[in-house]
Write a protein that binds this ligand. Structure first.
Ligand code: CP3
Length: 323
């Protein structure tokens, strides 16, 4: 999950020096620094590259801005003509600073700390590309996918190709694990879940594994619920991130039997802190630590999180491991 960001005062300071969030992403010096910030404070086992899933649409030629208090804003690509204007020609040149960041991180982080590279899964990235901004129901994109299925398929195919190449480059530069974020997979009905969440991820994994057969790939089909086991079997992911809604015993009996899981503390409990947070951390550990398990949040950390609560969670996990 996202572990760097606005809850850390040192991040806010660095963002100010860089100019903006996108300037941070495209400055290898600052992106390395910001990736390392959580590692300096806490005993994390892994670092996740500091970047964003929306750099791919930008690299394909779509206009992207991050507006204060509004999040990402893109000029929607919601017609065949606009989708045909997108191009992979400048992709790697545009993303070169990200590859440089991965390379530097590979040399800078301790050998015992895993370096996670990532990208958005095609469906989630497409919801921002077609809708032009985030939305809680992705209605614009779901409707577009019904009414203009072939056009939408061509956008997904382009994203599969661009994302596969992007991730292969990250691995070449030293990423040791890959995570695919499908934040909005959960709103898709059955057939569409297969078409837009499972198929594209399956293809990306095939493309990556053709060159790197052993690279671990973590999928995060947020909101997949009872469809997690099918997703795991059909896509070939190595492991899954489970979101905050997943019942722990069900995960233990139906998912951990198939692959390692990571999750699923509610990021808002990390804001609340205190006994409620501590009890839930122990509950998660009690239920899932007998099987293959990586402790994590069930979604990205939020800006109002007190840094000392993260330290407390890390401490509880380390004490638990010693038992
Ligand atoms: O440790 C890390 O920070 C890893 C880097 C990372 C970011 N975004 C940095 C970021 C990762 C892995 C992401 C993934 C991402 N980005 C997702 C999928 C995972 C998820 O959390 O659902 C999505 C949907 C995005 C798109 C995106 N980027 C949105 C919707 C926003 C605005 C959200 C907000 O909190 O304002 C961003 C901005 C963003 N990406 C920030 C960070 C640190 C905040 C930028 C800032 O204002 O400094």
């Amino acid at each position: 999950m996202r572990q760097a960001g606005r809850y850390l005062p040192e991040y806010m300071e660095r963002r100010k020096t860089a100019g903006s969030f996108l300037d941070l992403c495209f400055s290898p010096e600052f992106a390395v620094e910001v990736t390392l910030q959580p590692l300096r404070r806490y005993q994390m086992d892994a670092a996740i590259l500091f970047s964003d899933i929306l750099l791919i649409p930008q690299a394909l030629g779509q206009h992207l801005e991050f507006r204060q208090g509004e999040g990402p804003v893109l000029t929607p690509v919601d017609t065949a003509d606009k989708i045909n204007m997108l191009s992979m020609d400048g992709l790697h040149e545009h993303l070169a600073p990200v590859y440089e960041t991965v390379k530097r991180l590979h040399h800078e982080i301790p050998e015992t700390t895993a370096l996670i590279g990532f990208a958005g899964a095609p469906w989630t990235v497409a919801t921002y590309m077609v809708g032009g901004h985030g939305s809680s129901d992705q209605a614009v994109t779901r409707q577009f996918a019904y009414q203009e299925e072939e056009v939408f398929q061509s956008l997904i195919d382009l994203l599969v190709k661009a994302t596969s190449e992007y991730l292969i480059k990250q691995i070449q530069q030293g990423a040791e694990v890959i995570q695919l974020f499908d934040t909005w997979a959960g709103n898709l009905p059955e057939d569409e879940f297969q078409k837009w969440a499972v198929e594209p991820v399956r293809k990306i994994i095939l493309n990556i594994r053709a060159q790197y057969p052993k690279i671990p790939i973590i999928g995060f089909p947020r909101g997949a619920g009872s469809r997690y086991p099918d997703y795991i079997r059909a896509t070939g992911v190595t492991a899954v991130s489970i979101d905050t809604t997943m019942p722990l015993e069900w995960v233990r009996d139906n998912i951990q039997t198939l692959c390692p899981v990571q999750g699923n503390l509610d990021p808002l409990l990390l804001v609340a802190g205190g006994e409620k947070m501590e009890n839930r951390v122990r509950e998660i550990l009690d239920c899932l630590s007998e099987g293959p398990f990586i402790f994590n949040l069930g979604h990205g950390i939020v800006p109002q999180t007190p840094p000392e609560n993260v330290a407390r969670v890390s401490e509880i996990i380390r004490e638990y491991q010693k038992k």
